[in-house]
Structure formats: structure tokens, C-alpha cells
Design a protein around this ligand. Structure first.
Ligand code: ADP
Ligand code: GLC
Length: 479
């Protein structure tokens, strides 16, 4: 079985969110099941060429885009984890400060950029004589390749099927129709049933109509996107494909996220010795954020993009009351919306010793926070899968989440009678629901310590290895 992944991000080369983690981990897991996987991503200018020992292997490769000929170079890395990764170097599109936007706003030519990436990736497979059984596509950026496969533009791919994984239907890649010709979308395929949406090109919508199979990253999200709200307007089109739609929960790359082997944390630990390990990491975390160093006060944490999806606007109005009313500490790590950055950036000054924040992206801190906190807050408005609640479980940190999407599939509600469960869930999109659920966690921390211990054991016992999910993908590939 040959599988070609085409994606816009892959950890550790280029990452803006969980998509990059999945594009790195799933090929590795498939490889261990005997699948031959090659991954193609752009060579963004931010990728550290020497650090990853990239080598130029195909100078002057060429692909036709509409009436243009585009010439690009292909680079390759030394097969990390046994998976071949190819990088498309094309200055005009990828030599920019961001992947999709920069301080000047969104890149308006991304339909050009990513249709080119998709075509170039297929050309690379052809030049390498790597005939894929499956081309596995991710989100709006590469969804259009499903169309290229379906249209049989190239007989080399006549035996190839396309798989589109929906990591986030909130982002659809909507661009001016001026890109139609370049992206090689025929006028008669530019209809409301396929690529067209209100006169614009909707890349994700096109991918959904042409992909042979569609997967998404949790069973609950697979149901949610059949509805109007979850699908962000695409429910009619996703419903048409419901027989080809499957929800497969993401896994966790335990070579990166594992408290027993984690290089970023001062004290490694496992489920047996978690108390000592967490205590040491908690003290290190408190020092790092200038919080009062004490093992007896619960730490709540948030890590993520400051975007509407993550529900930080639910936390914003209550975080000061929480710090006033409850004996707890709070740490926030992330960036995004400037007004939220300002607000959370000022939090430590509001409650010195109890509140810490870091505005920006910091992988090391993310590990320390997971290892040293007691609770992890994810009040997401929607969450296709979510990775941090799974990292939290593995690190013995109990999630406080809205019960939607992948959060619903991974977090089991705390049962106050017997201490069952592995986290705290609430339903309503409201600050008060979040406030009371955090209060519930705080009171459980102080009043029902045996339940907390039981939940931590439950959490750490969960198996999040990618193997199970990769097996599900493999059986779908074979269908
Ligand atoms: P999404 O892809 O929607 O952003 P996920 O939960 O799937 O959400 O994945 C987010 C990933 O990005 C996680 O690995 C998380 O730890 C990481 N992450 C997000 N923001 C930051 C940050 N500021 N610093 C470090 N890691 C971050
Ligand atoms: C998206 C989703 C997130 C998911 C990730 C990886 O960015 O927002 O919930 O975990 O993709 O699939």
C-alpha cells in the first residue's frame, strides 16, 4: 500500500496547530503497519534548512497550472522516523513571513498557492515513480487534489483514490474566482454543488464533493458536521457524503508527549510515581511563572490559539472573579486575537503570585504546563478533536472541557459518588457554566482528594497511541 500525504503543515518543520501533529504522527504509525508513506509540504522560508538536514533532490521540477508553467525545486530530509518528507521550494508562494497570513492580513492568493502545492506534490510522486493507492489530503489547503484525482488529469493516478481528512470545517479556503483557471477548475465544475459558494471558490467544499472518502478527527465531530452549526454552512454537502464519512479519533505521538521520557520537564514520571513527579514539576512551573510555590493550591492552565473556536472569550469575563473567589492559580499560554493577548498578558499584574501568562508560542513551556498543572481548561465552542486534553490525561492533569467534538469522546465526566471519570464537562456556551465547572473542580481538589487521585489514575491509564487510529485508517484505505 502506497500513500501520499499532501499537507500544508507538519511537525516539527511547520506548525500552527494540531494538523501539523497529525501529519507527523499518522504517517509514522502507518509506516509501522507496513504502509509506504511519503509526505509533501511546502518549503516555507521559516523552515530551518540545516537543522533538519534537508537536501535538494530535484532542481528545476515543473508543473502546469492553467496556462502557466511553474518551476520549483524539491528537497528531501533524511527520512525521519522512516517516513520520506519532500519539501516544495517555490519562492513566490512560500517565501513569506506566515503560512496563511501575516501582520498585513490573510494571503489573498492562497487558492493559487495551495492548488500549486497539490499539483506539485502529485508531480513529485510521479517523478519518483511512486504510484499512490491513496492520496491523503488535509483540510482546505490540499482538498483540491481530490478533484485532480477524480478528473483523472494524469493516467499515472488512474488507480489512486483520494482521502480528505477534515481537521477543522471552520476554515474552508474561500477565494476569488480569479484563481479558477490557474487552479484548473473547469467552469462546469464551478457550481453550487461543488466549488462555488456565493460567487467565490470554496476549496474545502470542492474537496468534499470529489474525495472518495472523507474522514474527520473524532466520532462526535463527524456527527456535528452533519448539522448546520457544526458544518459552518456545509452541512448539505457533507450530508450528501455521509456514507463515505468516518470519524476517527486522533492519537498522541508518545515519542514526544510522554512524561516518562519528556526532555522538557525537570522530573520525569509515570502513573505509579506520579505524585512525586507532578509535585516537582508543579514547583518548577510555579517558579517559571513567578507564582507562589506551593503544592497545596490547584493550578488551572490553558494552552492554545486565541481564536474564537477555543472559547477564551468565555474565560475572559470570569478569570478575575475566579482568582478573587477561589483559592487557585491560573496559567495561560497562547497567542492570536490582539485584545485577548492584551488581556491575558496583563493577568499576572492583576493577581501577582496566582496568575501567570506567556503570550507567544513555546513548545517547552507547553510540556512543563502539562506536567505541572492540576487542571487543563478547554472551553472550546467547537473542537474537532483537540490534542491538549489527551496530553493532559497522559500527564495526569484533569481536563475541564465543554462536552463537544473530540472533547466529548475523550473526557469522561467525573462522578461525585464514586470518583469515576477523568475530567469535568459542561454543556452550555456560557461563562457561568465554565465558572461553576471550574468551581466544581476546585472543591473536588480540596474536599475529595481520593476522587482526584482516582481520576488521575484513570486518565493516565488511557491508551492514546496512534496505532489504533492508524489501523482504522488502513482498513478504510483498503475498502
Ligand atoms: P488546534 O489545532 O485547533 O489549534 P489542537 O488541540 O489540535 O488545536 O492542537 C494544538 C496544538 O498546538 C497542541 O499541540 C498545542 O500544545 C499546541 N499549541 C497551541 N498553542 C501553543 C502555544 N502557544 N505554545 C505551544 N504550543 C501550542
Ligand atoms: C484542528 C482542530 C483540532 C484538531 C486538529 C488536529 O486544528 O481544531 O481540534 O485536534 O485539527 O486534527
Amino acid at each position: 500500500m502506497n500513500v501520499l500525504f499532501i499537507a500544508s503543515e507538519m511537525e516539527p518543520y511547520a506548525k500552527s496547530g494540531g494538523l501539523a501533529d497529525v501529519v507527523a504522527a499518522l504517517p509514522k504509525a502507518l509506516k509501522s503497519l507496513g504502509v509506504k508513506v511519503k509526505v509533501v509540504i511546502p518549503l516555507y522560508s521559516s523552515i530551518k534548512y540545516d537543522r533538519y538536514s534537508l537536501k535538494k533532490i530535484m532542481p528545476g521540477a515543473c508543473v502546469h497550472m492553467g496556462i502557466c508553467e511553474e518551476w520549483y525545486d524539491v528537497h528531501h530530509t533524511n527520512v525521519p522516523h522512516g517516513v520520506d518528507v519532500y519539501f516544495v521550494e517555490f519562492q513566490k508562494y512560500f517565501n513569506r513571513p506566515g503560512y496563511y497570513h501575516d501582520s498585513g492580513g490573510e494571503y489573498k492568493d492562497s487558492a493559487f498557492r495551495f492548488s500549486f502545492l497539490s499539483r506539485a506534490a502529485m508531480q513529485i510522486a510521479k517523478d519518483l515513480k511512486f504510484k499512490p493507492d491513496i492520496v491523503h489530503l488535509h483540510d482546505w489547503q490540499t482538498a483540491i487534489a481530490a478533484y485532480y484525482i477524480k478528473k483523472r488529469y494524469d493516467p499515472f493516478f488512474s488507480g489512486t483514490k483520494s482521502f480528505l481528512t477534515l481537521h477543522n470545517v471552520g476554515y474552508q479556503g474561500v477565494y476569488d474566482r480569479i484563481a479558477l483557471r490557474y487552479a484548473m477548475i473547469d467552469e462546469w465544475d464551478f457550481t453550487p454543488d461543488t466549488f462555488e459558494a456565493f460567487g467565490h471558490i470554496n476549496l474545502l467544499k470542492g474537496g468534499i464533493s470529489f474525495a472518495d472518502k472523507i474522514t474527520t478527527v473524532s466520532p462526535t465531530y463527524a456527527e456535528e458536521i452533519l448539522g448546520h452549526v457544526g458544518a459552518n454552512g456545509l452541512h448539505v454537502y457533507i450530508n450528501r457524503r455521509r456514507n463515505d464519512l468516518h470519524g476517527i479519533l486522533n492519537g498522541v505521538d508518545t515519542s514526544i508527549w510522554n512524561p516518562e521520557t519528556d526532555d522538557y520537564i525537570p522530573a520525569r514520571f509515570n502513573a505509579k510515581g506520579y505524585k512525586k513527579g507532578k509535585k516537582l514539576n508543579k514547583a518548577a512551573l510555579q517558579k517559571n511563572f513567578n507564582l507562589t510555590v506551593t503544592p497545596d493550591v490547584p493550578i488551572f492552565a490553558f494552552i492554545g490559539r486565541f481564536a474564537e473556536q477555543k472559547g477564551l472569550h468565555l474565560l475572559q469575563p470570569i478569570i478575575r472573579p475566579i482568582l478573587n473567589d477561589m483559592i487557585c492559580q491560573f496559567i495561560v499560554l497562547g497567542s492570536g486575537d490582539p485584545s485577548l493577548e492584551r488581556f491575558f498578558g496583563e493577568l499576572p499584574a492583576f493577581s501577582p503570585g496566582n496568575a501567570g501568562s506567556y503570550i507567544g508560542y513555546n513548545e517547552n513551556l507547553a510540556h512543563l504546563i502539562e506536567a505541572g498543572s492540576d487542571f487543563f481548561v478547554m472551553p472550546s465552542i467547537y473542537e474537532p478533536c483537540g490534542l491538549n486534553q489527551m496530553y493532559s490525561h497522559i500527564y495526569g492533569t484533569l481536563p475541564v472541557v465543554r462536552s463537544i467534538g473530540g472533547l466529548n469522546d475523550t473526557v469522561e465526566q467525573y462522578n461525585e459518588k464514586n470518583g469515576d471519570g477523568n475530567g469535568f464537562k459542561f454543556n452550555d456556551i456560557s461563562s457561568s457554566a465554565l465558572y461553576y465547572t471550574i468551581g466544581w473542580a476546585v472543591s473536588t481538589y480540596y474536599d475529595r482528594k481520593t476522587h482526584i487521585r482516582k481520576m488521575i489514575k484513570n486518565a493516565m491509564a488511557r491508551d492514546y497511541s496512534w496505532e489504533k487510529s492508524a489501523e482504522k485508517y488502513l482498513s478504510l484505505y483498503k475498502m
